[in-house]
Write a protein that binds this ligand. Structure first.
Ligand code: ATP
Length: 223
């Protein structure tokens, strides 16, 4: 069964439509890139899929729950259990150590597990840096912390919004490869919003947001 299914999603602000006729299906363990012009509604769609915003029409099923039938507190619980997030601006908490940041989703679920935290730190190449504070890390390292945190609780779905937007080309490639590797290893699905065809080419498949809805998109592979 797919991890995420959306049917006929539409979103308007007042009389202004942002998107319409969005159908989407993500399987476990696949990273799907979502491209689209600025303002086409990619971030708004991610917010709807995360249950942070409500679509004007349509239905979303996430991890066998119908998200669009849930109230706000039920959506918050579903988000905590089944979603991981990676943002452009890292969103690592500055007053917590690297290990505490990675362990936060487990703490919130009352499933603390230092061995799992260490395994995720090892997986993203930060095995020796768990005791450091975020200010002692580079941008590329901070995004690796965010990837470890997004996956530590084995979420069904990871939503990544421009995760390499603040990184140089070399760090961007490393971070994307790590995200892809971890998504494959952990069996989560990942929706990667990006402006970069180069980033999109690293995903398992690529979609394009258009005024007619979402369509499959072929990207040229670059290194
Ligand atoms: N709260 C809001 N109220 C009214 N309009 C909004 C609101 N949030 C977003 N919009 C509008 O919805 C449209 C889509 O915005 P969104 O940020 O989802 O696009 P995007 O594809 O993610 O853009 P970018 O690639 O530039 O980040 C834009 O025209 C934006 O101005």
């Amino acid at each position: 069964m797919p991890v995420l299914e959306a049917f006929g999603l539409a979103k308007s602000y007042g009389a202004t439509p942002v998107f319409a006729s969005i159908d989407l299906c993500l399987q476990a363990g696949e990273m799907v890139a979502l491209l689209g012009e600025s303002g086409s509604g990619k971030s708004t769609l991610l917010n709807c899929l995360a249950g942070l915003d409500e679509p004007s029409a349509g239905r979303i099923r996430l991890a066998s729950a119908v998200l669009t039938d849930l109230n706000e507190s039920e959506r918050a619980l579903l988000r905590r259990q089944h979603l991981g997030f990676v943002f452009q601006a890292f969103h690592v908490l500055p007053h917590l150590s690297v290990a505490a940041n990675v362990g936060l989703p487990l703490l919130l679920l009352k499933r603390q597990n230092p061995r799992r935290v260490q395994a995720m730190l090892d997986a993203v190449g930060l095995g020796d840096l768990g005791a450091r504070m975020p200010r002692q890390l580079s941008g590329g390292q901070l995004q690796r912390v965010a990837i470890a945190r997004a996956l530590v609780h084995r979420p069904a779905l990871v939503l990544a919004d421009e995760p390499t937007g603040n990184l140089d080309a070399r760090n961007a490639a490393t971070v994307l490869d790590l995200l892809l590797e971890q998504v494959h290893a952990e069996g989560s699905a990942c929706l990667l919003v990006t402006h970069s065809e180069r980033a999109a080419a690293r995903a398992d498949r690529c979609l394009l947001m258009t005024e007619q809805g979402i369509v499959e998109h072929n990207v040229q592979a670059h290194t």
